[in-house]
Design a protein around this ligand. Structure first.
Ligand SMILES: *Cc1c(COP(=O)(O)O)cnc(C)c1O
Length: 409
């Protein structure tokens, strides 16, 4: 903020690779010269003059004014994430869901229409399909992988297409470039929830997406410590559409959480590579287990969009897999899934993902528990489905624990 301050690392070498930016991109150091990024805990900022305060509050000049509007630690996280996603700017939020709320509040008004994949994150479906509907925002939910359904759902009032790829928990993949074309043809924007792949494996703007949405709670933190979220987009969208919502609605990212996630970004690349490799190895092993009737992971050749996933993502398909233990009736399938989950000794029974600890969950009764049975069926979330977010424990130990748990069946 001060012209005498040293330039930002990114300004010196804009051609640095994403791995370097993940470690180096941040706001300038304070005059103390700290090497590790500082955590600034302050709700207000002392202004050099009333004149400058007025200019900062009006947005005529850059500068921090009040904690709800901005913070240097949060700004470091935003700059680093934007550099990694390849967008001009980013804006941090208190959680992934508040990022989605900010996006919808910034871009939509009563009477506008949004098209989403019907296999999106459970709370996303609830927020857009129910809560925003009360404010007059119309929505359609379509099959993630069927471009014709996205096309058919578009109406003259469609402003936004919103996809998640790979999806939670079935790891369905959609063609980002094709959706970006479709959005452009109809004067709409494309937003992509990039929680599962992260910029370490997939950069949606490289395929034409306008907005990348994140839950920082997941892989960006990487160790299951804090809630955080972000939208990455052009400077114009961030400044003109999202920042005004942040200022009035206050879904601000806490500086401490921003600092945790900022440091998490430094190891994102190696964690994603290692955890994806483990997930693919476990997925292959699960396919050979007699008690398992289906395994979902984009790295498997049997995955319906395997080719597309490999073209759109680097790495081995991400760290989340799910598997189905089957069952004749829904109640029986649920009992089978519960039996496996309750026998786990190493894997945590925990409805979260993106941790270095491997987590297992029953989507139908937790992350997707608030959906109606019809919505769940449309999304393909069966009662026998178990999701595993693979961490960094030794593969033999993970396999051993799953093997003894599957003996319950
Ligand atoms: C967790 C998650 C969200 C919501 O993020 P929170 O930080 O929990 O609010 C959105 N999308 C996906 C794919 C997620 O996994």
């Amino acid at each position: 903020m001060n012209p005498q301050d040293p330039p930002r690392p990114g300004d010196k070498s804009p051609a640095w690779h994403p791995d370097t930016l993940a470690v180096r991109q941040a706001v300038e150091r304070s005059p103390f010269g700290e090497n590790s990024e500082a955590l600034y805990l302050t709700s207000g900022y002392v202004q050099p003059s009333a004149e400058l305060a007025a200019k900062r509050f009006s947005g005529e000049e850059d500068g921090f004014t009040y904690g709800r509007y901005g913070n240097p630690t949060v700004a470091s996280f935003e700059q680093r994430l934007a550099a990694m996603e390849g967008t001009q700017a980013a804006i941090g939020t208190a959680s992934g869901m508040s990022a989605i709320l900010m996006m919808c509040m910034g871009l939509l008004q009563a009477g506008d229409h949004i098209v989403c994949s019907r296999s999106m994150f459970g709370s996303t479906i609830k927020l857009i399909g129910s809560d925003l509907a009360r404010f007059g925002v119309q929505s359609s939910f379509v099959a993630q992988d069927k471009l014709s359904e996205w096309q058919a759902a578009i109406a003259p009032n469609t402003r936004l297409l919103f996809a998640e790829t790979p999806t939670n928990p079935l790891t369905e993949v959609c063609d980002i470039a094709a959706l970006a074309d479709l959005a452009r043809q109809h004067g709409a924007l494309l937003a992509v929830d990039n929680c599962f792949a992260t910029p370490a494996l997939q950069r949606p703007v490289a395929f034409g997406a306008d907005i990348v949405m994140h839950s920082g709670t997941k892989y960006l933190d990487g160790q299951g410590r804090v809630m955080a979220g972000a939208l990455c987009a052009s400077e114009a969208l961030v400044r003109e559409k999202f920042l005004p919502v942040l200022k009035s609605a206050g879904m601000t990212l806490a500086p401490f959480n921003a600092w945790v996630v900022l440091k998490g970004l430094e190891t994102l690349q190696i964690r994603m590579q290692a955890q994806s490799a483990q997930a693919l190895a476990l997925a292959h092993w699960l396919q050979a287990q007699p008690a398992v009737c289906a395994v979902h992971h984009p790295g498997l050749a049997s995955h319906p969009q395997h080719q597309l996933a490999m073209a759109q993502q680097s790495g081995q398909g991400g760290a989340v897999l799910s598997f189905d233990v089957g069952g004749d009736a829904p109640e029986q399938a649920r009992a089978r899934a519960f039996a496996v989950l309750d026998r786990l000794q190493l894997l945590s029974l925990c409805t979260n993902l993106g941790d270095t600890k491997t987590l297992a969950a029953h989507p139908a009764s937790t992350s997707h528990g608030r959906l109606t049975e019809a919505q769940r069926q449309a999304a393909g979330i069966t009662q026998g489905l178990v999701r595993v977010a693979v961490g960094l424990e030794h593969l033999d130990d993970l396999r051993g624990d799953l093997q003894q748990a599957l003996c319950a069946l």
